[in-house]
Design a binder for this molecule. Structure first.
Ligand SMILES: Nc1nc2c(c(=O)[nH]1)N[C@H]1C(S)=C(S)[C@@H](COP(=O)(O)O)O[C@H]1N2
Ligand SMILES: [Mo]
Length: 375
């Protein structure tokens, strides 16, 4: 078994291990055809749960705000609902999205590309709440702790992450109690989760129980050891924070049941998808039909209603018979662009290399989507 480190080793072959399969069935991705929805329906949004989903009684649960503050607060769910309310559309992606595309594969949740979703998150802004508690001058970080417990890297822990004070008091940081107009479902953090738009998924602590201002950087496992880009064991690494740009497409045509290889009919074919970046708004999406040798600019939809929501794009492809490898890549206004190949790291994080969809275009291809059978 694993040494006491963040990785429990690497897969030695392409075949999934039983442990990866166990994680993959608990933590599902968003089926890529659901990129068609601007707001991901609950149940299609991806899930990542390190330990077990806690059962929480919303009537007796409280949030404790304390640590380096003047006036510790204890807030019920009713108290939180009575505070100013805000709804934010935000795209969330797991930092491990794309992990299975790196070799050797870090043994963890074996994401392909589907660890993403966009929610309408409703809650109360964190900044004013921290102001009310009165942060001490020596507070440098705020620690967010969930109710879920487990063992990782040999260490028993609750899932907990921290943010620098200046990030925690940011305008768009919410304590969210609703998703898509419904109370948070158990799997998404009922009764309350943190929402830090633009940051990778692990930042958004679910089943929140304490918010603690601290005078020293938080050294908890998920903060100090997990979620770092590390070249090797000796490398302390760089912490993951904001989401790198990524574009994904709805795989066109129809899939083969087992391989999911796509079959597309000859003629016009609309390629469409969504793109996002936690660093800056999306500025361009390019499409390739030859595996990334040549690129054409896709058309971007109007800017999304929220800076933090993905942006739609589409491109008209004139599909002729043959074998194709479709790719898409996003660029953001800060000049970040998706690479053709991912950069390997110990934990398999931040692999935003371009999506590749193998397609066979055939004469007797499928009917265009949604068109009724001719009588
Ligand atoms: N308490 C708690 N919060 C958590 C997690 C967890 O396991 N426990 N997983 C994190 C990770 S790694 C991700 S990617 C997101 C996933 O959020 P979702 O399942 O609502 O999509 O939640 C984050 N918040
Ligand atoms: Mo994650």
């Amino acid at each position: 078994m694993a040494d006491a480190d963040i990785t429990s080793g690497f897969a030695s072959s392409d075949e999934l291990t039983p442990e990866e399969l166990q994680l993959a069935t608990r933590n599902h991705g968003m089926p890529l055809e659901a990129l068609r929805y601007g707001i991901t329906p609950i149940g299609l949004h991806y899930l990542l749960i390190h330990y077990d989903i806690p059962v929480v009684d919303g009537d007796t649960w409280t949030l404790e705000v304390g640590g380096r503050v003047e006036r510790p607060l204890s807030l019920s769910l009713v108290d939180l609902h009575q505070r100013p309310q805000r709804t934010l559309l935000a795209t969330m992606e797991c930092a491990g999205n794309g992990r299975a595309g790196l070799a050797p594969r870090a043994l963890s949740q074996p994401w392909l590309l589907e660890a993403v979703g966009t929610g309408a998150w409703t809650g109360t802004p964190l900044g004013p709440l921290l102001a009310e508690a009165g942060l001490h001058r020596d507070a440098v970080e705020v620690v967010f702790r969930g109710l879920d417990r487990g063992i990782e890297g040999g260490i028993e822990q609750e899932f907990a992450r921290s943010l620098p004070v200046e990030e925690a008091i940011g305008d768009d940081v919410l304590l969210a109690y609703e998703l898509n107009g419904q109370p948070l479902p158990p799997q998404h953090g009922f009764p309350l989760r943190l929402l830090v738009p633009g940051w990778y998924g692990m930042t958004n602590v679910k089943w929140l129980t304490t918010v603690t201002a601290v005078a020293e950087p938080f050294a908890g496992f998920q903060q100090a050891r997990g979620y770092h880009l590390r070249r090797d064991e000796a490398d302390r690494g760089t912490p993951l924070s904001r989401m790198l740009p990524r574009a994904l497409m709805v795989p066109p045509g129809i899939p083969d049941f087992l391989s999911r290889r796509r079959a597309v009919g000859v003629g016009p074919c609309r390629l469409e998808g969504r793109a996002w970046s936690g660093h800056a708004p999306i500025s361009a999406v390019d499409v390739s039909t030859d595996g990334g040798s040549s690129w054409a600019p896709a058309e971007l939809d109007p800017s999304p209603p929220s800076r933090w929501a993905w942006r739609g794009w589409h491109w008209g492809w004139e599909a002729s018979p043959g074998e194709f490898e479709l790719c898409c890549r996003a660029r953001d206004e800060a000049g970040n662009q998706q690479p053709l190949d991912g950069v390997w790291n110990m934990g398999g994080y931040g692999n935003n290399s371009v999506q590749r969809v193998a397609v066979t275009v055939q004469d007797t291809g499928p009917r265009p989507q949604g068109r009724p059978e001719r009588a």
